[in-house]
Design a protein around this ligand. Sequence first.
Ligand code: IMP
Ligand code: MG
Length: 192
Amino acid sequence: MPGKQMSPARDADWANDAPRLEVLFSADAIATRMDALAREVADRCGRHLLVIAILKGSFIFAADLIRALHRAGSTPEVDFLSLASYGNATVSSGVVTVLRDIETAVAGRDVLLIDDILESGRTLAFAQAHIRERGARQVLTCVLLDKAVTRTANIEADFRAFQCPDVFVVGYGMDKAHRYRELPFVGRIVPS
Ligand code: IMP
Ligand code: MG
């Protein structure tokens, strides 16, 4: 007897059953963008880059982008940097700390940092400085969503999948109070 399996049809039902979520970037739109983004990265970074995904929010984006990089002819090494930015559910305090550091030696390497969202820029600026301090040759940055807000830190992403309005988003790895990471799309929680 077939078990309870998630299927695209089931996902669509889920979205329909969750009217508090408005889809901003559908699973199809994300998948379509991924290969073009990977080609941009591969053209500029070469084949042997070190990809560092910032956890937790970028884990699904990173998994898709890394496989798209493979299709684009790259052979990236992969590591993870787990950061915390303390604050309430939707507003970061701006104090970033390392929860789990990378294991790979980065001296002399070309590094691509992957994060889910660039907002104030504090998270990405912290991560970039952290990796540069260890002597990386260059540290480029790639985000899924570039929020149209004024930056606190002086940083822009080298690559981005999408520009995003200044609203709180969830899904495709991103959470609100530990929920919604599993959604295959990026959505906005519609205030009730
Ligand atoms: P920044 O440090 O202000 O640039 O914020 C970036 C980090 O805040 C991201 O890595 C996310 O983890 C988190 N973040 C910012 N906006 C959102 C959002 O709309 N939904 C979920 N997480 C967000
Ligand atoms: Mg994050």
